[in-house]
Design a protein around this ligand. Structure first.
Ligand SMILES: *[C@@H]1O[C@H](CO)[C@@H](O)[C@H](O)[C@H]1NC(C)=O
Ligand SMILES: *[C@@H]1O[C@H](CO)[C@@H](O)[C@H](O)[C@H]1NC(C)=O
Ligand SMILES: *[C@@H]1O[C@H](CO)[C@@H](O)[C@H](O)[C@H]1NC(C)=O
Ligand SMILES: *[C@@H]1O[C@H](CO)[C@@H](O)[C@H](O)[C@H]1NC(C)=O
Ligand SMILES: *[C@@H]1O[C@H](CO)[C@@H](O)[C@H](O)[C@H]1NC(C)=O
Ligand SMILES: *[C@@H]1O[C@H](CO)[C@@H](O)[C@H](O)[C@H]1NC(C)=O
Ligand SMILES: *[C@@H]1O[C@H](CO)[C@@H](O)[C@H](O)[C@H]1NC(C)=O
Length: 638
């Protein structure tokens, strides 16, 4: 079993495992707008779904910091990973019990007469529409959202031991000089993983959702059609399988491994080893019983939070984390709706451009920090400058966009419809664009009585439309959405937003440095734990729901199915942009304000200290010590 006694092999396995785990969570965020469309969720619901894995995580992380190295860490990681892979399969499950995806005017649907054309009011058709809401269908649909939530919950629970145990295991059994290198590898994987998740979503959503059931000839939707739904479930099956496979080696790693040997390995001084352990998970904690630990927990928490610099910097980071949560969950949807791009494109841009630029920012921040060994105050200035410049690129985004295209009866005027005698279904959503550039919800709503398929242009051409053109100049409508003239703005938008991401994430490492330097060494690991808990409770959990509600509030036409609201068909794009990007700017400015405050407090503390002219600072701790802790801190996914 030499292989399983080798820390290098452990690092390899752990890298793969983290990659698989982050692939699942990144993929979920990339496919959330598709899931929303497929199962008729509001953005608030999809925001909750996207943040629900934090619930289990937040509750259980306390115990992880308590159990520390008392348990068989590799086995815990393996079991957690198996749970997480089952969770990924669970998330894909609704696809297999919810039946085929049905969209309006699916010409091949067996359930309704779906010419989609204007027909004289007939009770027959109305009855047929009523029939589609059969009981089994809606029962299956009711189960979908709870199953997805449960999957997310389990995903969060399974992920709890993976990172903390993996890092502490590597740190304990790696040769000390190699440890930062190994942790650096693991850290870069935590940044690459989500990006690959979005790229995988971009790839998978090219396939049609029911490609396993339908012969592809019978699918006449194109990827640009707003009714298109990609194969969102495929990625969960793939990433879940990968997660399962990578979890298997963990069942064979020993509880304790021999410390790595290198050719020039000197015998470690025991004192150094002790300090390191102490740093990891403060030693006193290990001697406490669980109940004592839980009792002391609030006490230490208060003590940590009473440190003003710690509190201010953590609040600044919480603001920036809320911004990142908004980008991660809803930026793909924003690009889809605002610039009328398919989900494959938006995910490609997030995974291929925005996350890499954030990565670059984090790395640049760390490099600058390593070059110039900055004081805490200088780090604060660095954060302020970075976030200020980031906000200067983010603010113009508010004005970079377009209005919603003209939609008959919906936008900008909620005027009378001219298709009242057409018996159009209130559920119909099959957008067509008329020859005079007005969009209609369906050919029926445009009053069209005839349609033919144009082979050359691959669109349906509906003619004889009572709502389009005039008697002398009869118009027609084509089965596609009208252009809102925004596609030329996509490139400036992407450049500005990735620049702003780059600059804001530049503050990542300096702000961690500030925290590590202001907290007493014995509270360090605890302070980091509290910090990530605050991130979850204040940013990652509520922010997506907040963003989702803000987005929902700009909806101008809700989809309907069986007299229930489904997902939104049309947004007021001006409001969507103002509220979504406005929230992001709000959080950036909030982060800036807290950094400025922390700078002011530092300045005051320094001047007080100068007045007292007592001994020098007792804040600074050993540099090496900081560096490894920093790496540990940095290796938590954004
Ligand atoms: C699907 O597209 C083909 C051409 O690719 C066309 O001949 C056919 O009529 C279309 N069928 C439906 C149901 O839209
Ligand atoms: C179904 O649609 C056809 C035209 O495609 C129409 O002639 C027929 O009357 C419709 N049937 C019902 C029941 O509405
Ligand atoms: C369709 O169902 C609604 C209520 O669900 C009912 O009020 C209406 O009369 C039904 N229409 C027909 C034609 O049965
Ligand atoms: C409808 O689906 C069946 C298979 O379910 C297929 O054989 C047929 O060609 C499809 N018709 C159209 C018009 O796509
Ligand atoms: C909206 O409707 C009013 C009258 O109802 C009309 O004067 C105005 O021009 C319309 N605006 C647009 C943009 O169509
Ligand atoms: C659609 O049909 C109308 C009337 O037949 C015709 O004038 C128009 O060119 C057609 N448009 C396309 C894109 O085929
Ligand atoms: C449902 O749709 C109606 C309009 O069709 C809208 O007024 C209402 O706010 C929607 N409800 C929810 C919960 O979104």
């Amino acid at each position: 079993m030499g292989l399983f006694n080798n820390i290098k092999f452990f690092v390899l396995c752990h890298g793969m495992l983290q990659l698989a785990q982050l692939l699942v969570s990144g993929y979920l965020k990339g496919s959330i707008s598709t899931i929303e469309k497929r199962y008729g969720l509001s953005s608030q619901m999809s925001g909750l779904l996207s943040s629900f894995n934090e619930v289990g995580n937040t509750v259980l992380i306390v115990f992880v910091s308590y159990f520390g190295s008392r348990v068989h860490r590799p086995r815990c990681i393996g079991i957690g990973a198996i749970i997480a892979s089952m969770a990924a399969f669970l998330i894909a499950l609704p696809h297999f019990f919810s039946g085929e995806y049905e969209y309006t005017d699916d010409q091949n649907s067996t359930k309704v007469n779906v010419s989609g054309l204007c027909q004289p009011v007939s009770t027959v058709q109305a009855q047929l529409f009523n029939k589609t809401c059969s009981k089994e269908d809606s029962h299956a649909h009711h189960a979908v959202y709870p199953v997805l939530l449960l999957g997310q919950l389990l995903l969060g629970i399974g992920g709890v031991p993976i990172q903390p145990f993996g890092i502490s295991y590597v740190d304990d059994y790696a040769y000390k000089k190699n440890s930062p290198f190994y942790l650096g590898i693991l850290f870069s994987i935590t940044v690459i993983g989500p990006a690959l998740g979005y790229l995988m979503a971009s790839f998978m959503l090219r396939l049609y959702v029911d490609f396993n059931l339908d012969s592809s000839d019978s699918i006449n939707l194109t990827k640009d059609d707003p009714r298109w739904v990609g194969a969102w479930w495929m990625g969960f099956l793939l990433a879940g399988t990968l997660l399962f496979l990578t979890s298997l080696p963990y069942l064979f790693f020993p509880r304790k491994m021999q410390t790595e040997e290198t050719t020039e390995a000197p015998v470690k001084p025991t004192s150094e080893k002790f300090i390191k352990k102490n740093d990891m998970s403060s030693n006193q904690m290990h001697e406490l019983s669980l109940s004592q630990f839980l009792k002391r927990f609030p006490h230490i928490m208060l003590r940590t939070l009473r440190n003003p610099i710690y509190l201010l910097v953590v609040l600044a980071q919480v603001n920036l984390a809320a911004m990142i949560a908004g980008i991660a969950t809803f930026m793909p949807k924003f690009i889809e709706r605002h610039f009328m791009k398919p989900a494959t494109f938006s995910n490609l841009m997030i995974g291929g451009l925005i996350i890499p630029s954030a990565m670059l920012g984090i790395m640049a921040g760390g490099m600058v920090l390593r070059r110039l060994s900055l004081s805490i105050r200088a780090s604060a200035v660095m954060c302020i400058v970075a976030v200020l410049m980031g906000s200067m690129f983010a603010l113009p985004l508010l004005f970079l966009g377009c209005s919603t295209q003209r939609i008959a009866g919906i936008y900008p005027n909620k005027s009378q419809q001219c298709s009242l005698d057409c018996s159009c279904s209130s559920e119909a959503f099959n957008p067509v664009c008329s020859s005079d550039d007005i969009e209609f919800r369906s050919p029926c709503h445009a009053g069209c009585r005839q349609g033919s398929y144009d082979e050359k242009m691959k669109v349906w051409n509906y003619t004889d439309c009572s709502c389009v053109g005039s008697n002398s100049l009869p118009g027609f409508t084509l089965s596609r959405i009208c252009d809102n003239g925004c596609s030329h703005l996509i490139i400036p938008f992407l450049i500005l937003s990735s620049l702003s991401c780059l600059l804001v994430s530049f503050s990542h490492t300096p702000s961690f440095m500030m925290i590590l330097r202001t907290v007493a060494p014995e509270d360090k690991s605890f302070a980091l734990g509290i910090q990530f808990m605050l991130f979850r409770v204040l940013a990652f959990l509520p922010a997506p729901v907040l963003y989702g509600s803000a987005i929902d509030s700009t909806c101008i036409l809700w989809g309907q199915k069986c007299n229930k609201n489904t997902s939104c068909h049309y947004y007021n794009l001006d409001l969507f942009r103002q509220r979504f990007l406005g929230l992001q700017n709000f959080f950036i400015v909030g982060g800036l304000a807290f950094f400025v405050l922390s700078f002011l407090v530092l300045k005051r503390m320094d001047s007080i200290r100068q007045l007292q002219t007592e001994q020098g600072s007792n804040v600074a701790t050993g540099k090496k010590d900081q560096e490894t802790s920093l790496q540990k801190a940095a290796s938590v996914p954004l």
